[in-house]
Design a protein. Structure first.
Length: 287
């Protein structure tokens, strides 16, 4: 994640222009996207808790094989070695499972907080991390309302780890690894619009089986990861306090009124650090 002097000034200039003109440094907004966002519908009522999605996710992304087993009352979170986890919950209707991964927000807080567009909302829908652009500020971690991006603190070459919805497979016309390998059929991939239609159809056909709500349709301005449940969503570990308006929308007016120096400050500090390091290296070479 080295940032040379030329890259620094390019980032600094782009950030300054965006701050001065009110333009966003994120991907094109949903209304301006030429490609309809893709997503994944997870039906908790069909999930068998086999954790096969965890295993295949690890295999597809070169991560350590998951070793932890589910235990009621113990909620596991995603981390630098696990892009998705399945937890078991004791609910008002008995045992239920819930898969957790990146929500792939329509207007992600993480991409709005990223000064270098390392965290990026693709036109297809998945939110991905681009290591060559990352300056290591970890603002994406702080800004995410779902607490998803994780930093490899113990690595010599740290990365930000999170689900990418198997973006590389998607652009080749394939399904995400977890969807391809779900034996219970609890995961369905497709366009977000069609997934919402499918979710509504399931609710209408089996009103006693489902809560009449699609989690992710409106949360944080809408997400690419959508959920169906047979019990209230807080009973399966999902945050029900998430607002319906996107989080970048909240800060837009404030950021446009903030003096440019405050917006540029993180990039400025990084540039000074790199310049100082280079100057010290040059001095040592001449001694």
């Amino acid at each position: 994640m080295d940032l040379n002097r030329r890259t620094f000034f390019r980032v600094l200039g782009a950030t300054g222009i965006a701050a001065a003109t009110g333009q966003r440094l994120a991907a094109a907004p949903p209304g301006g996207s030429l490609t309809e966002f893709s997503g994944i519908l997870y039906d908790s009522t069909l999930c068998a808790g086999c954790q096969n999605c965890e295993v295949t996710c690890a295999e597809a992304n070169g991560l350590p094989a998951p070793t932890a087993t589910m235990e009621a009352g113990v909620t596991r979170n995603t981390d630098e070695a696990h892009r998705t986890v399945v937890n078991t919950f004791t609910t008002s209707k008995g045992e239920a499972f819930c898969k957790k991964q990146c929500m792939h927000c329509n207007e992600p807080a993480c991409t709005a907080a990223c000064l270098t567009q390392a965290m990026y909302k693709t036109k297809e829908g998945p939110v991905i991390w681009r290591g060559e652009k990352c300056m290591g500020c970890r603002y994406c971690m702080v800004s995410c309302p779902f607490d998803i991006p994780k930093f490899e603190y113990h690595s010599a070459n740290p990365k930000i780890e999170k689900c990418t919805m198997c973006y590389e497979k998607m652009i080749d016309g394939k399904k995400p690894a977890c969807v391809e390998n779900c034996p219970a059929g609890a995961l369905v991939a497709g366009s977000r619009r069609e997934l919402i239609k499918e979710a509504r159809k399931r609710i209408a056909a089996n009103p006693d089986q489902y809560v009449d709500y699609i989690y992710g349709e409106h949360e944080a301005g809408g997400t690419g990861s959508l959920y169906l449940s047979g019990v209230p969503f807080d009973e399966i570990g999902l945050k029900t306090s998430i607002q319906t308006k996107s989080y970048p929308e909240l800060s837009k007016g404030f950021l446009y009124s903030v003096p440019t120096i405050f917006v540029l400050w993180p990039a400025l500090l990084l540039g000074l650090k790199e310049a100082t390091k280079n100057n010290n290296s040059n001095s040592e070479d001449h001694e």
